[in-house]
Design a protein around this ligand. Structure first.
Ligand SMILES: Cc1cc2nc3c(=O)[nH]c(=O)nc-3n(C[C@H](O)[C@H](O)[C@H](O)COP(=O)(O)OP(=O)(O)OC[C@H]3O[C@@H](n4cnc5c(N)ncnc54)[C@H](O)[C@@H]3O)c2cc1C
Length: 308
């Protein structure tokens, strides 16, 4: 028999779990479906989330799942959503179970999309092995732990110079590596130079080190730079194939466009967290957006009750 929910939340990260917790407390029947492949699993400690500074990101999610499923109207399950299709009175959500959990095929009045982003690191040998321990992507998240250390900033994105100036908040010893890309203009290089920030445009061969300890950066011309920590700019990929056919508006980066209350362009579909513009942010921001989307759903229910 088909199971019916008031809301299916797709994605069990800070955004999805926060939406779900507030929705169950609004007496809605909620199912969270989570593929359990969080981007921040690469790191051992998450920072800056009030009362949970330094918590393991996986532990934070476990606690969040526990919060939601402690309510009898809240279900959390590991499953990857493969399709969302339209029904006359809502949506059908089809998911393949992961970690031994069953497949699901359910009906729901509303959907919250909170699937976050996937990362593509610059194509540098071994970078993944040090990502989340010695090389980080978020200055606000990990800058404190690296403060005053000589830092590299590796990237191929147009905002690299801007990121370099932001990094000065945490260190005065910074070298920007463009990995052979032309993303730093001559004018930007002069500005960076005036601020004491070096730029090296040589391609990077590999990150040296082992067991999560970086010992240097080998460049294509044979030089080895003596740096132990730094930041890199990944590219981000929105994985939203399961929404194909619903015609939901996305921006040129593939992020789902929402109004100021988290409504997508399609009635009944709401969006929270890193998958909304401007993209990757922080746990507190994702969780806040989840709570806001929950309040929006309650407000929309009330409005539709008055004007059916
Ligand atoms: C290495 C690293 C370190 C970080 N450190 C910090 C930090 O210290 N402090 C901080 O505030 N922020 C940190 N962040 C950023 C923070 O993790 C994100 O901003 C936050 O997790 C975004 O939450 P979210 O719920 O939008 O997405 P996510 O946390 O990415 O969760 C999305 C979930 O949706 C699931 N999903 C995706 N597709 C599907 C599907 N089709 N079906 C079902 N489920 C799906 C994914 O598996 C994932 O579990 C870090 C990020 C990274 C990458």
């Amino acid at each position: 028999m088909t199971q019916h929910y008031d809301v299916v939340v797709i994605g069990g990260g800070p955004a999805g779990l926060s939406a779900a917790l507030n929705l169950v407390r609004a007496r809605m029947r909620v199912l969270v479906l989570d593929a359990n492949r969080p981007r921040h699993a690469a790191t051992l400690f998450a920072h800056g989330f009030l009362t949970r500074d330094n918590i393991s990101p996986l532990e934070l999610r476990r606690l969040g799942r526990e919060d939601v499923s402690s309510y009898e109207n809240g279900d959390v399950q590991f499953a990857t959503v493969e399709a969302v299709t339209s029904l006359p009175d809502g949506y059908r959500v089809i998911a393949g179970g992961v970690k031994g959990d069953p497949d699901r095929d359910v009906h729901t009045k509303r959907v919250v999309v909170a699937t976050g982003l996937a990362e593509i690191l610059p194509d540098i040998g071994n970078a993944r092995a040090f990502y989340g321990t010695c090389l980080h992507s978020c200055l606000e998240c990990d800058g404190w732990e690296k403060q005053d250390a000589p830092l590299v900033l590796i990237g191929e994105s147009d905002d690299l110079a801007e990121q370099a100036f932001r990094a000065l908040q945490w260190t005065n010893e910074l070298l920007v590596l463009t990995n052979g890309s032309g993303v730093i203009t001559d004018a930007e290089e002069s500005e960076l130079d005036a601020a004491g920030i070096g730029v090296d445009r040589t391609r990077i061969s590999e990150i040296q080190g082992g067991r999560g300890v970086m010992t240097g950066i080998e460049l294509a011309d044979g030089r080895v730079l003596d740096y132990r920590v730094g930041f890199l700019r990944p590219r981000w990929n929105a994985r939203l194939g399961f929404l194909d056919g619903l015609g939901i508006v996305a921006d040129e980066a593939g992020l789902l466009v929402v109004d100021e209350r988290g409504r997508s362009s399609r009635q009944g579909i709401y969006v929270a967290g890193d998958i909304t513009p401007p993209g990757p942010q922080q746990i507190a921001i994702a969780a806040g957006q989840g709570a806001m989307v929950s309040a929006t759903i309650v407000a929309d229910e009330a409005r539709w009750r008055r004007e059916p």
